[in-house]
Design a protein around this ligand. Sequence first.
Ligand code: GLN
Length: 309
Amino acid sequence: MKEEIKKHLENAITSYHHYYASGKLAAYIPALLEANPKAIGACILDKEGHWYCAGDYEKRFTIQSISKIVTLALAIMDNGEESVFSKMGYEPTGDSFNSLVRMEINRVPKPYNPMINAGAIVVTSMIKGEDNNEKLERIIDFFKRLTSNEELSIDGKVYLSEKETGHRNRALAYYMKEVGILSLDVEDVLDLYFQQCSILVNCQDLAKIAMVFANDGVDINTGEELVPKYIARKIRTIMVTCGMYDASGSFAVRVGLPAKSGVGGGIIALSPKKLGIGLYGPALDDKGNSIVGMKVLEELSRKLDLSIF
Ligand code: GLN
């Protein structure tokens, strides 16, 4: 298996690299336009602790929406599942990640799920802490434990760029404040959310996080339970149904793995009990998913027979 993983990973990266040309960098956060659209990297970590990495796997980028699985785990650990899901649902939307449309037409105006921006903003508002500083510290601390990377930090430029231009998220959040889903100060919640999205990671960090969720919440190196098993399972499930937004259906058919993307170009994916996978390729398709990352995952899933279905 080891040789096979290495071979197929390297082949997939080489064969699908040219797809970057049909994608685009995310432009609505201006600082993301500074990324190199040709970059492509990937890391796979297996349960025995072996690493398989290729391309620009050490390049750091902002985690963006991949952070939503981590804050969801923390919010459930802080508040319990019932409390978190009293404010949002479990259903995929079929709309884009930052869509406003369903908020008003729903009979009960709750975000459909925690992976779209509306739901993720509510999740962030539920992280416990005295003030934003303490909440951010708790979020980063949790990320450090999941990645075993003490060096994690925030990209200040991307954070400020999104803070300046994130008006659609403001619209979602103010709407949710009006209907009573958000109780805290909107700008405070958004500030925390933008910082969480600007945490810098590389493919190795993503593969480590993926491996924790793949391994029912247990760190493969220390044996420590970082996330309770029932939460890890729920998050894997929500990744399948909602992780790739309005491409979640086709991704399930083509790849068949729990995954979550971010507009920074990252994708996290996992093979339950077996592999944690982190990919980077900042050229995105029209749904906001890394175009090369999706292709590489499709190929790996086929070659290594990874689909969970
Ligand atoms: N920070 C981004 C936003 O809220 C994250 C979106 C994403 O990665 N899909 O718009």
